[in-house]
Design a protein around this ligand. Sequence first.
Ligand SMILES: Cc1ncc(C[n+]2csc(CCOP(=O)(O)OP(=O)(O)O)c2C)c(N)n1
Ligand SMILES: [Mg+2]
Length: 299
Amino acid sequence: MAIAQRTAMPLEEKGPAPLVLGAVKPSFEKTEDAEALRRIAAAVRLKVVKTIALAKLGHVGGDLSVTDILTTLFFSVLDVDPGNPAKPDRDRFILSKGHCAAALYSVLSLRGFFDPEAVDAFMKPLSPLNGHPNRRKIPGVEANTGPLGHGLPIGLGAAIGAKLAGQSWRTFVVLGDGELQEGSNWEAAMAAGHRGLGNLVAIIDRNRFQQGAGTEATNRLEPLADKFRAFGWDAIDVDGHDVGALHAVLGAPGADKPRAVIARTFKGRGVSFMEDLVDWHHKVPSAEQLEIALKELAL
Ligand SMILES: Cc1ncc(C[n+]2csc(CCOP(=O)(O)OP(=O)(O)O)c2C)c(N)n1
Ligand SMILES: [Mg+2]
């Protein structure tokens, strides 16, 4: 049998054109109004659930627990510019719990970093919207995360850099609570306390669950605030679904210590059959469940 001669395929025929992500008009403006922030968070939740249902993949429980934190940061606290994502004096934001990329992409897109419709490509083959955020592919992403325990050490470096350069921008890192079992966090915490990095804020999404069980049953974290204080940090406890309270705590200027914000949250917040259940860490709603979820989240 003759072997068919292989001919080189022109590059453009090898697959769909890569999705190019660039700034668009924001869906919502920045605001300090708690009611407006609540409306934005509701839009984010809706987008997260639709995105995960479409991709048939994702970490919906942690996406919905972190939604109010991300919304408050990007729509009321962070000094960032979707039209100029690399502006040198921007605040740095790192989502250390990178498995919750769907929530980050939803927030970034509604903030105007890229077209919200592009989020439909979440986890599709060749899509830049990977299951974990990649700084080379997504405008607004500062660090590649996913392997837990890396965000705070990276944020520490950024905060040291700002201090050495005499610059006033701040660094915010969002971590999972289960993630705190990674020892690298405590090395970073120790160094940040030692250096009195008032320009560093760590927000712990304290939903009390990790992948398959509760944090306290797996490897106890409490007394968590005291642990941070012992490492030289200010530690503040806040309702992680109260955007007004989050705004007050996250918007406050830094002093002479790094700040740990322990944000009390619920996994799956906003969808009755997901809320506070560890099963929804990494699970996709069925068609019937999606219908119920969308009704509950309807704006
Ligand atoms: C180093 C590392 N180990 C394991 C995993 C797999 N993993 C992904 S999410 C997760 C649980 C994280 O729990 P938590 O930090 O509490 O996140 P959340 O509850 O906010 O989803 C695990 C173990 C990982 N991503 N990185
Ligand atoms: Mg957790």
